[in-house]
Structure formats: C-alpha cells, structure tokens
Design a protein around this ligand. Structure first.
Ligand SMILES: [Zn+2]
Length: 332
C-alpha cells in the first residue's frame, strides 16, 4: 500500500468518526485545506500518473465529506426534534393584561345607556370661547364662573371649557330638533386639589329638545341611566335647585346602594346620594340658538364621571383616580 493510499484510508476514517458538523469541518481543513498535505502535493506534481492518483483521492474524500455532512445535519435535526419537543400541556407564560381605567369604564357605561335610548354621543373642543362657554348658556355677567379665579382663561375670549354644555350648543346650531344627545369629555376648573376636587375632571351632559317634553321625561331618562350605572334596584328623587341654563332646575339624588336607603357613611346617613344637576332648558337658551321656546322644549342634565366612578366603587378620594397608582387601579 502506498503512502497516499494510507493517507486516503486515514482520511476516510477521520471523516466517519467526526461526531459533529464542527468536528467534520476541522477534518476537511486537515485533509483538503490550502495547507493540507494533499493540496501541497497537488500543487507540486509533475507526473501525470501521480496527478491522476492524487486527484482521484481528492474527489473521493470530497464526496465522502459531503455525504458525512448530510448525515450529520439530518442527525442534528432529529436530535433537536427529539430533545426540543414542545409539551403543549405545560402551563404557558402568564401574560400581564391590564384593564380599562375606572373612569373609562364608567364613560362607556354611560355612553351605552344613552345609545340605548337613541341619543347621539358627542365629544368636542376643550378650548372654548367665552360666548359658547358662558354667554349662550345664559350665565349672568356676574356669575363667579366667569372670573379668572374660577376658570382658566387664555385671553379675554377663550377659556378651557368649564362644562361639556358648549358642545351641545354647537350641535343645536348645526341641526334642527328634535335632538337627543349627550356630550362627554374633560372639563377644567381652577380648584385646588383636594380629596373631593380636582382641576381636571370629566362630565357627561345630556340634552333633549323636542315638542311637548316634560319633567316626567327627564325623570324617566335619569332613572334609566342611574340604573344602568348603579343597578336595577336604584330609585331616583328630585330636589329643587338653581342652575343658569335650566328653569326649573333640580338636583337628582339616587338611592344609596351601600345601605339600600337606610343610611350609612357614604350617603351621610340620608339614604340618598347627590348625582349632579338637571332641569328643563331655559327658554332663553333655546332662543339663543334660534329656536322658538313656544314651540320647543327640552331638558338637560349633567354629572361628573369621577363622582360616578367613586360612588360605583366606593373610592373616598378623587385623587386616586388621577395618580395612576397601580395598587389602587388594579382593584377596579
Ligand atoms: Zn347609604
């Protein structure tokens, strides 16, 4: 046996015993690499016979290397399939899911309740003109809300809206009644931050304008919404009050859900909880938008979403709704 035959046999043995693709690559470099014995010999060969012998060896080694490479690769795939089998019965990784903020939850409940009554839900600009925020809503020139102490003014004519009502006025001007709509969104007042007040808050304000509307329609509507928000057992009562753009004005109370009306800390032992303001639309407001008060009537009502969320979840401090503390928010 010549040295080269021996060399070939050793090479073949090395190829067969390479246990991984990496090991096989080392063998390939040793046998056929630029500095391998075979390559150096091929470079210097002069006789045709030796050249044919060496080329034959090279071809056979290359073929065996390719075969071995394929079998190692498929063995590798099989091993991985075996070892990396996924057990679909194992518990999966827990995904941390958040939930809607309590105010957003309340907002959507209110919207759903009104959509169910056929109302249009509106949001609108938060920067309003004095004309729409106060004048058209029949605020008297001396009303304290017109003062920069109570309201955020940009200049003489523009404010951060203090109610969602201006949106309703815009809508009334754009279309003819009958109109049934509710405006929901952020409003701003210059209040110091306390447990019960915050300079930014959310309101919903509803307005119905139609022929022959009475206080009974208002009461029925409020009862529907309060029950949607607080549960079917709730009752509603009205107390007289004053608001600039309604006449008569009332304050609706909803029966306390915590004590069922017998009296507790939340309802200050009265059995009732104040729910905002309401009333029949002042004829002057209707005239301001070009409607004849002799023909058209309407009712309006407003309520804070923060207060609603607080009552729903018994949250004593309004700041908890604005501070984004997950320990608090996770509870709702
Ligand atoms: Zn109570």
């Amino acid at each position: 046996m010549t040295n080269w035959q021996q060399h070939e046999e050793q090479g073949m043995a090395a190829i067969e015993s390479a246990a991984s693709s990496e090991a096989l690559e080392d063998v390939r470099v040793g046998l056929l690499g630029r500095k391998s014995e075979l390559k150096l010999a091929l470079r210097e060969v002069r006789e045709r016979e030796t050249g044919a012998l060496l080329n034959g060896i090279r071809t056979r080694l290359e073929r065996r290397l390719a075969e071995r490479e394929r079998s190692l690769a498929s063995a590798e795939i099989e091993r991985r399939l075996r070892e990396e089998v996924i057990d679909v019965t194992l518990p999966g990784e827990e995904l941390l899911l958040g939930h809607l903020h309590p105010i957003t939850q309340v907002r959507r409940t209110v919207e759903d309740a009104f959509l169910g009554l056929g109302y249009e839900v509106r949001d609108d600009r938060e920067v309003e003109t004095v004309e729409y925020n106060f004048d058209k809503l029949a605020f008297l020139p001396t009303h304290p809300a017109r003062s920069p102490r109570d309201t955020f003014f940009f200049d003489e004519h523009r404010v951060l809206r203090t109610e969602t009502s201006p949106s309703l006025i815009h809508a009334l001007e754009q279309r003819s009644p009958p109109s049934y709509m509710v405006s929901i969104g952020r409003v701003y007042r210059r209040d110091a931050i306390t447990a019960t007040r915050y300079p930014i808050f959310h309101q919903f304000e509803g307005l119905a304008v139609d022929r022959g509307i009475t206080l009974a329609d208002l009461k029925g509507t409020l009862l529907h919404v309060m029950r949607a928000l607080y549960g079917p057992e709730r009752r509603v009562r009205f107390r007289t009050h004053f608001f600039p753009f309604t006449e008569p004005s009332i304050e609706p109370d909803v029966s306390c859900g915590i004590c069922g009306g017998s009296g507790c800390r939340t309802c200050k032992f009265s059995g009732w909880i104040e729910m905002g303001g309401a009333g029949m639309v002042d004829p002057e407001v209707l005239s301001n938008v070009g409607l004849d008060p002799a023909e058209w009537g309407g009712f309006a009502f407003g309520c804070g979403l923060e207060r609603t969320a607080q009552l729903r979840h018994d949250i004593p401090d309004i700041r908890a709704l604005w501070e984004g503390d997950l320990r608090v928010l996770r509870q709702f």
